[in-house]
Write a protein that binds this ligand. Sequence first.
Ligand code: CA
Length: 229
Amino acid sequence: MRILLVEDEPSAALMMAKGLREQTYAVDLAEDGDGALYQAGVNDYDLIILDIMLPGKDGFEVCRELRAAGSSVPVLMLTARDTIDDRVEGLDTGADDYLTKPFDFRELLAHIRALLRRGQALRPDVIRVDSLEIDTRTRRVVRAGRSIYLTAKEYALLEYLARRAGEVVSRGDIAEHVWDENFDIFSNLIEVYVQRLRRKIDDGCGTKLLHTRRGAGYVFAPGGPELDA
Ligand code: CA
């Protein structure tokens, strides 16, 4: 899941970005409204965390412009002032949720999870594909009763693929939702991670889950070699 974090105070932005990355989110930063609108226009974010007090265009204006441009990306607004007016204005501009600073980081994570769930009507906390079980709250992964240890990036890749089980997922989709803007699309990093993930979740299992569709991408679904092509 890829997040755009819009916050002009560098220390707050870096601290939040670090915490979010530790939770396996891919995070891009914008420090003002125009930068945020530009990035939201060229990248497909799963969520935007938007500070209201920004230099130039403030968070309200950014949200209004996003919605006017037809974007339905979930927006979580952050504000230092907890006034009814701010809250009402935020929601009126099209924000989905609202959090008052200072907040506990765990509270931020809970709001993010709730918004990401809302994004898709059926987005359960526990994803099951064949004998694989992913608990997205604890990030615990079990295959056929056996716990599997994954690095943060491996986990992010697995969750993204599993949420789109049965579909052909392109390398571009993966680059956009699992990595941040520093990802080099010409590298073979995705292949490397897919291979590692496949080894961890499929080795020793009769039913394979992670299939390569040559020239198209990957398919995450239980099946045999007929799914690889
Ligand atoms: Ca600010």
